[in-house]
Design a binder for this molecule. Structure first.
Ligand code: AHM
Ligand code: MG
Length: 338
Protein backbone atom coordinates (compact mmCIF):
# COMPACT_ATOMS: atom_id res chain seq x y z
CA UNK A 1 0.00 0.00 0.00
CA UNK A 2 1.30 3.45 -0.91
CA UNK A 3 2.03 5.88 1.92
CA UNK A 4 -0.76 8.48 1.79
CA UNK A 5 0.26 11.90 0.57
CA UNK A 6 3.40 10.88 -1.30
CA UNK A 7 1.99 10.33 -4.81
CA UNK A 8 2.89 12.64 -7.68
CA UNK A 9 0.59 15.67 -7.89
CA UNK A 10 -1.53 16.11 -11.00
CA UNK A 11 0.51 19.21 -11.89
CA UNK A 12 3.79 17.27 -11.68
CA UNK A 13 2.22 14.55 -13.80
CA UNK A 14 1.08 17.07 -16.41
CA UNK A 15 4.55 18.62 -16.55
CA UNK A 16 6.11 15.17 -16.94
CA UNK A 17 3.77 14.41 -19.85
CA UNK A 18 4.59 17.83 -21.32
CA UNK A 19 8.37 17.10 -21.14
CA UNK A 20 7.84 13.75 -22.88
CA UNK A 21 6.12 15.45 -25.80
CA UNK A 22 8.58 17.72 -27.63
CA UNK A 23 5.75 19.45 -29.53
CA UNK A 24 3.91 20.43 -26.33
CA UNK A 25 3.62 24.15 -25.70
CA UNK A 26 2.34 23.99 -22.14
CA UNK A 27 -1.06 25.28 -23.27
CA UNK A 28 -2.62 22.07 -22.28
CA UNK A 29 -1.03 22.02 -18.85
CA UNK A 30 -2.41 25.52 -18.16
CA UNK A 31 -5.86 24.42 -19.24
CA UNK A 32 -5.93 21.32 -17.07
CA UNK A 33 -4.59 23.26 -14.10
CA UNK A 34 -7.65 25.53 -14.25
CA UNK A 35 -9.89 22.51 -14.54
CA UNK A 36 -8.27 21.07 -11.42
CA UNK A 37 -8.93 24.31 -9.55
CA UNK A 38 -12.58 24.31 -10.64
CA UNK A 39 -12.91 20.68 -9.55
CA UNK A 40 -11.59 21.58 -6.07
CA UNK A 41 -14.09 24.43 -5.78
CA UNK A 42 -17.01 22.23 -6.87
CA UNK A 43 -15.88 19.42 -4.57
CA UNK A 44 -15.76 21.82 -1.61
CA UNK A 45 -19.27 23.09 -2.35
CA UNK A 46 -20.66 19.56 -2.71
CA UNK A 47 -19.07 18.47 0.58
CA UNK A 48 -20.93 21.15 2.51
CA UNK A 49 -24.14 20.91 0.49
CA UNK A 50 -26.28 19.78 3.41
CA UNK A 51 -25.12 22.73 5.52
CA UNK A 52 -25.69 25.68 3.22
CA UNK A 53 -28.62 26.60 1.03
CA UNK A 54 -27.40 24.94 -2.16
CA UNK A 55 -29.77 21.97 -2.43
CA UNK A 56 -32.83 22.28 -4.65
CA UNK A 57 -33.67 24.10 -7.85
CA UNK A 58 -32.93 27.50 -9.35
CA UNK A 59 -36.40 27.66 -10.92
CA UNK A 60 -34.98 27.60 -14.47
CA UNK A 61 -35.19 24.82 -17.09
CA UNK A 62 -32.28 23.70 -19.26
CA UNK A 63 -32.32 22.92 -23.00
CA UNK A 64 -33.61 19.37 -22.31
CA UNK A 65 -36.58 20.65 -20.31
CA UNK A 66 -34.97 19.51 -17.04
CA UNK A 67 -35.12 21.58 -13.85
CA UNK A 68 -31.75 23.23 -13.18
CA UNK A 69 -30.43 22.65 -9.67
CA UNK A 70 -28.45 25.24 -7.76
CA UNK A 71 -25.38 23.00 -7.82
CA UNK A 72 -25.75 22.48 -11.61
CA UNK A 73 -25.65 26.24 -11.97
CA UNK A 74 -22.76 26.65 -9.50
CA UNK A 75 -20.68 23.98 -11.28
CA UNK A 76 -21.40 25.42 -14.72
CA UNK A 77 -20.52 28.97 -13.65
CA UNK A 78 -17.39 27.91 -11.76
CA UNK A 79 -16.04 25.95 -14.71
CA UNK A 80 -16.84 28.71 -17.21
CA UNK A 81 -15.26 31.39 -14.99
CA UNK A 82 -12.07 29.39 -14.44
CA UNK A 83 -11.66 28.19 -18.04
CA UNK A 84 -12.63 31.33 -19.93
CA UNK A 85 -9.56 33.40 -19.00
CA UNK A 86 -6.86 30.77 -19.59
CA UNK A 87 -6.04 32.18 -23.01
CA UNK A 88 -6.08 28.61 -24.35
CA UNK A 89 -9.74 28.31 -25.36
CA UNK A 90 -11.73 29.60 -28.28
CA UNK A 91 -15.10 28.20 -27.15
CA UNK A 92 -16.86 26.36 -24.37
CA UNK A 93 -19.95 24.18 -24.73
CA UNK A 94 -21.93 22.95 -21.74
CA UNK A 95 -24.82 20.60 -21.16
CA UNK A 96 -26.34 23.46 -19.18
CA UNK A 97 -26.22 26.04 -21.99
CA UNK A 98 -28.21 25.83 -25.22
CA UNK A 99 -25.58 27.75 -27.19
CA UNK A 100 -21.86 27.82 -27.69
CA UNK A 101 -20.07 30.07 -25.20
CA UNK A 102 -17.47 32.23 -26.90
CA UNK A 103 -14.54 33.90 -25.16
CA UNK A 104 -15.29 37.49 -24.03
CA UNK A 105 -13.20 40.07 -25.89
CA UNK A 106 -11.17 41.08 -22.79
CA UNK A 107 -9.48 37.63 -22.71
CA UNK A 108 -6.94 36.14 -25.11
CA UNK A 109 -8.20 33.37 -27.37
CA UNK A 110 -6.50 30.00 -27.92
CA UNK A 111 -6.95 26.98 -30.11
CA UNK A 112 -8.79 24.56 -27.83
CA UNK A 113 -12.51 23.93 -27.34
CA UNK A 114 -13.77 22.75 -23.96
CA UNK A 115 -16.98 20.69 -23.70
CA UNK A 116 -18.52 19.66 -20.40
CA UNK A 117 -21.31 18.22 -18.35
CA UNK A 118 -20.66 20.39 -15.27
CA UNK A 119 -22.57 18.23 -12.79
CA UNK A 120 -23.50 14.79 -14.01
CA UNK A 121 -26.09 12.86 -12.00
CA UNK A 122 -27.26 15.99 -10.23
CA UNK A 123 -30.61 14.41 -9.37
CA UNK A 124 -28.56 12.41 -6.83
CA UNK A 125 -27.16 15.44 -5.06
CA UNK A 126 -29.99 16.03 -2.60
CA UNK A 127 -29.65 12.44 -1.32
CA UNK A 128 -25.88 12.55 -0.78
CA UNK A 129 -25.01 10.12 -3.58
CA UNK A 130 -21.98 10.63 -5.78
CA UNK A 131 -22.03 13.00 -8.74
CA UNK A 132 -19.42 14.03 -11.31
CA UNK A 133 -18.08 16.44 -13.90
CA UNK A 134 -17.35 15.20 -17.43
CA UNK A 135 -15.07 17.07 -19.85
CA UNK A 136 -13.72 16.82 -23.34
CA UNK A 137 -11.08 18.90 -25.13
CA UNK A 138 -10.76 19.36 -28.90
CA UNK A 139 -8.25 21.38 -30.88
CA UNK A 140 -9.86 23.63 -33.46
CA UNK A 141 -9.27 22.75 -37.06
CA UNK A 142 -9.97 26.15 -38.63
CA UNK A 143 -9.06 29.54 -37.38
CA UNK A 144 -8.04 32.02 -36.32
CA UNK A 145 -11.31 33.93 -36.44
CA UNK A 146 -14.63 33.41 -34.72
CA UNK A 147 -15.48 29.79 -33.94
CA UNK A 148 -18.38 28.28 -35.82
CA UNK A 149 -20.71 25.61 -34.48
CA UNK A 150 -19.45 23.21 -37.18
CA UNK A 151 -16.01 23.26 -35.62
CA UNK A 152 -17.45 21.98 -32.33
CA UNK A 153 -19.62 19.29 -33.93
CA UNK A 154 -16.70 16.90 -34.27
CA UNK A 155 -16.51 13.12 -33.99
CA UNK A 156 -15.14 11.82 -30.70
CA UNK A 157 -11.99 10.58 -32.43
CA UNK A 158 -10.94 14.24 -32.72
CA UNK A 159 -10.68 14.68 -28.95
CA UNK A 160 -7.22 15.43 -27.58
CA UNK A 161 -8.18 14.82 -23.96
CA UNK A 162 -11.16 13.74 -21.93
CA UNK A 163 -11.97 12.71 -18.42
CA UNK A 164 -14.13 13.15 -15.40
CA UNK A 165 -14.14 14.14 -11.78
CA UNK A 166 -16.09 11.95 -9.38
CA UNK A 167 -17.30 13.55 -6.17
CA UNK A 168 -17.74 10.35 -4.20
CA UNK A 169 -16.47 8.92 -0.93
CA UNK A 170 -13.32 10.67 -2.09
CA UNK A 171 -12.96 13.12 -4.97
CA UNK A 172 -11.07 11.71 -7.94
CA UNK A 173 -9.92 13.06 -11.27
CA UNK A 174 -9.53 10.51 -14.07
CA UNK A 175 -8.28 11.67 -17.44
CA UNK A 176 -6.38 10.79 -20.56
CA UNK A 177 -4.51 12.86 -23.09
CA UNK A 178 -4.46 9.89 -25.43
CA UNK A 179 -1.73 7.80 -23.79
CA UNK A 180 -3.11 5.81 -20.90
CA UNK A 181 -5.71 6.71 -18.31
CA UNK A 182 -4.62 7.93 -14.88
CA UNK A 183 -6.57 8.59 -11.71
CA UNK A 184 -5.74 11.18 -9.04
CA UNK A 185 -7.36 11.34 -5.61
CA UNK A 186 -7.91 14.69 -3.90
CA UNK A 187 -6.09 14.67 -0.57
CA UNK A 188 -8.58 16.47 1.68
CA UNK A 189 -6.10 18.31 3.87
CA UNK A 190 -3.33 18.93 1.32
CA UNK A 191 -5.86 20.10 -1.26
CA UNK A 192 -3.87 18.36 -4.01
CA UNK A 193 -4.87 15.68 -6.49
CA UNK A 194 -2.30 12.89 -6.05
CA UNK A 195 -1.66 10.07 -8.49
CA UNK A 196 -3.44 7.07 -6.99
CA UNK A 197 -4.44 4.94 -10.01
CA UNK A 198 -1.74 4.74 -12.66
CA UNK A 199 -2.48 3.43 -16.14
CA UNK A 200 -6.02 2.16 -15.51
CA UNK A 201 -7.08 -0.82 -17.65
CA UNK A 202 -10.59 -2.29 -17.74
CA UNK A 203 -10.89 -6.11 -17.58
CA UNK A 204 -11.79 -7.69 -20.94
CA UNK A 205 -15.04 -9.00 -19.43
CA UNK A 206 -16.85 -8.21 -16.21
CA UNK A 207 -19.66 -9.52 -14.07
CA UNK A 208 -21.59 -6.30 -13.53
CA UNK A 209 -24.35 -4.74 -15.61
CA UNK A 210 -25.64 -1.25 -14.94
CA UNK A 211 -28.90 -0.10 -16.46
CA UNK A 212 -32.12 1.59 -15.36
CA UNK A 213 -34.18 -1.59 -15.58
CA UNK A 214 -37.35 0.32 -14.73
CA UNK A 215 -37.38 1.16 -18.44
CA UNK A 216 -37.57 -2.55 -19.44
CA UNK A 217 -41.06 -2.26 -20.91
CA UNK A 218 -39.95 0.69 -23.08
CA UNK A 219 -37.00 -1.15 -24.68
CA UNK A 220 -36.96 -2.95 -28.00
CA UNK A 221 -37.05 -6.75 -27.84
CA UNK A 222 -33.29 -7.33 -28.55
CA UNK A 223 -32.34 -5.11 -25.59
CA UNK A 224 -34.69 -7.03 -23.31
CA UNK A 225 -33.25 -10.33 -24.58
CA UNK A 226 -29.70 -9.15 -23.82
CA UNK A 227 -30.57 -8.08 -20.25
CA UNK A 228 -32.51 -11.35 -19.71
CA UNK A 229 -29.41 -13.21 -20.94
CA UNK A 230 -27.20 -11.45 -18.36
CA UNK A 231 -29.57 -12.65 -15.64
CA UNK A 232 -29.75 -16.25 -16.87
CA UNK A 233 -27.54 -18.48 -14.72
CA UNK A 234 -24.55 -20.07 -16.46
CA UNK A 235 -21.72 -20.37 -13.94
CA UNK A 236 -19.22 -21.30 -16.66
CA UNK A 237 -19.76 -17.90 -18.31
CA UNK A 238 -19.98 -15.95 -15.05
CA UNK A 239 -23.75 -15.43 -15.23
CA UNK A 240 -25.94 -14.23 -13.71
CA UNK A 241 -24.26 -10.84 -13.69
CA UNK A 242 -24.57 -8.57 -10.67
CA UNK A 243 -26.79 -5.53 -11.15
CA UNK A 244 -25.38 -2.19 -9.95
CA UNK A 245 -26.96 1.14 -10.83
CA UNK A 246 -26.27 4.45 -9.11
CA UNK A 247 -27.95 6.69 -11.68
CA UNK A 248 -24.85 8.88 -12.11
CA UNK A 249 -23.04 7.95 -15.32
CA UNK A 250 -19.66 9.00 -13.89
CA UNK A 251 -20.05 6.76 -10.84
CA UNK A 252 -21.46 3.76 -12.69
CA UNK A 253 -18.75 4.15 -15.33
CA UNK A 254 -15.97 4.49 -12.77
CA UNK A 255 -16.98 1.36 -10.86
CA UNK A 256 -17.15 -0.64 -14.08
CA UNK A 257 -13.78 0.74 -15.22
CA UNK A 258 -12.24 -0.57 -12.00
CA UNK A 259 -14.08 -3.91 -11.87
CA UNK A 260 -15.17 -4.64 -15.44
CA UNK A 261 -18.69 -4.91 -16.81
CA UNK A 262 -21.11 -2.93 -18.94
CA UNK A 263 -23.07 0.27 -18.44
CA UNK A 264 -25.96 0.84 -20.79
CA UNK A 265 -28.57 3.45 -21.41
CA UNK A 266 -30.49 1.89 -24.33
CA UNK A 267 -32.85 3.73 -26.63
CA UNK A 268 -36.38 3.58 -25.24
CA UNK A 269 -39.93 4.35 -26.30
CA UNK A 270 -40.76 6.33 -23.19
CA UNK A 271 -41.61 9.71 -24.68
CA UNK A 272 -42.39 9.05 -28.32
CA UNK A 273 -42.89 6.31 -30.90
CA UNK A 274 -39.32 6.69 -32.17
CA UNK A 275 -36.89 5.14 -29.67
CA UNK A 276 -34.11 7.43 -28.49
CA UNK A 277 -31.25 7.46 -26.01
CA UNK A 278 -31.01 9.80 -23.04
CA UNK A 279 -27.32 10.56 -22.71
CA UNK A 280 -25.72 13.42 -24.63
CA UNK A 281 -23.22 12.55 -27.32
CA UNK A 282 -20.85 15.50 -26.90
CA UNK A 283 -21.05 15.99 -23.15
CA UNK A 284 -21.34 12.43 -21.83
CA UNK A 285 -21.04 9.55 -24.32
CA UNK A 286 -18.12 10.79 -26.39
CA UNK A 287 -15.74 11.83 -23.55
CA UNK A 288 -16.45 8.60 -21.66
CA UNK A 289 -15.94 6.61 -24.88
CA UNK A 290 -12.52 8.26 -25.34
CA UNK A 291 -11.53 7.36 -21.77
CA UNK A 292 -12.77 3.77 -22.01
CA UNK A 293 -11.01 3.10 -25.31
CA UNK A 294 -7.75 4.41 -23.89
CA UNK A 295 -8.27 2.02 -20.94
CA UNK A 296 -8.77 -0.96 -23.29
CA UNK A 297 -12.59 -0.88 -23.29
CA UNK A 298 -15.27 -0.17 -25.88
CA UNK A 299 -18.26 2.13 -26.39
CA UNK A 300 -21.09 1.73 -28.85
CA UNK A 301 -24.57 3.04 -29.54
CA UNK A 302 -25.51 -0.61 -30.17
CA UNK A 303 -24.50 -0.47 -33.84
CA UNK A 304 -21.70 2.05 -34.22
CA UNK A 305 -18.57 2.99 -32.31
CA UNK A 306 -19.49 6.10 -30.30
CA UNK A 307 -16.27 7.89 -31.30
CA UNK A 308 -17.20 7.60 -35.01
CA UNK A 309 -20.60 9.31 -34.69
CA UNK A 310 -20.83 12.73 -36.37
CA UNK A 311 -22.87 15.06 -34.14
CA UNK A 312 -25.69 16.94 -35.87
CA UNK A 313 -26.28 19.41 -33.07
CA UNK A 314 -24.71 20.40 -29.78
CA UNK A 315 -27.26 18.54 -27.70
CA UNK A 316 -27.65 15.25 -29.65
CA UNK A 317 -28.53 12.23 -27.55
CA UNK A 318 -27.44 8.64 -28.21
CA UNK A 319 -28.03 5.17 -26.79
CA UNK A 320 -24.90 4.06 -24.93
CA UNK A 321 -23.27 0.66 -24.28
CA UNK A 322 -19.89 1.15 -22.63
CA UNK A 323 -17.40 -0.92 -20.67
CA UNK A 324 -15.45 -4.17 -21.03
CA UNK A 325 -14.80 -4.90 -24.72
CA UNK A 326 -16.20 -8.45 -24.67
CA UNK A 327 -19.37 -7.30 -22.93
CA UNK A 328 -19.94 -4.45 -25.38
CA UNK A 329 -19.34 -6.80 -28.33
CA UNK A 330 -21.87 -9.24 -26.88
CA UNK A 331 -24.46 -6.46 -26.46
CA UNK A 332 -23.95 -5.49 -30.11
CA UNK A 333 -24.49 -9.12 -31.19
CA UNK A 334 -27.81 -9.23 -29.33
CA UNK A 335 -28.88 -5.91 -30.82
CA UNK A 336 -28.13 -7.23 -34.32
CA UNK A 337 -30.40 -10.17 -33.47
CA UNK A 338 -27.59 -12.76 -33.61
P1 AHM B 1 -27.71 14.63 -15.89
O1 AHM B 1 -26.42 14.93 -16.58
O2 AHM B 1 -28.77 15.63 -16.16
O3 AHM B 1 -27.53 14.35 -14.44
O4 AHM B 1 -28.33 13.27 -16.55
C1 AHM B 1 -27.54 12.20 -16.88
C2 AHM B 1 -27.75 11.08 -15.91
C3 AHM B 1 -26.58 10.12 -15.95
O5 AHM B 1 -25.60 10.49 -15.04
C4 AHM B 1 -27.22 8.81 -15.58
O6 AHM B 1 -26.53 7.72 -16.13
C5 AHM B 1 -28.60 8.94 -16.15
O7 AHM B 1 -28.87 10.32 -16.31
C6 AHM B 1 -29.63 8.36 -15.24
O8 AHM B 1 -30.87 8.45 -15.85
P2 AHM B 1 -32.16 7.70 -15.24
O9 AHM B 1 -32.50 8.46 -13.99
O10 AHM B 1 -33.18 7.81 -16.31
O11 AHM B 1 -31.76 6.28 -14.95
MG1 MG C 1 -24.93 14.08 -17.24
Amino acid sequence: MKAPGFGMTVTEHLLREQRQNPAATGAFTLLLNELVMAAKLISREINKAGLVDIYGYTGAENVYGEQVRKLDEYSHQTLVRRMVHTGQLCAIASEEDADLITIPSQYPVGEYMFLMDPLDGSSNIDVNTSVGTIFSIHRRSNGPGPVTLDEVLKKGTEQVAAGYVIYGSSTMLVYTTGQGVNGFTLHPSLGEFLLSHEDLRIPARGKIYSVNEGNYQYWDEPVRRYVDHLKTPDPASGRPYTSRYIGTLVSDFHRNLMKGGIFMYPADHKDSKKPHGKLRLLFEASPMAYVIEKAGGAASDGRRRILDIEPESLHDRVPLYIGSPEDVAEAERFLRGE
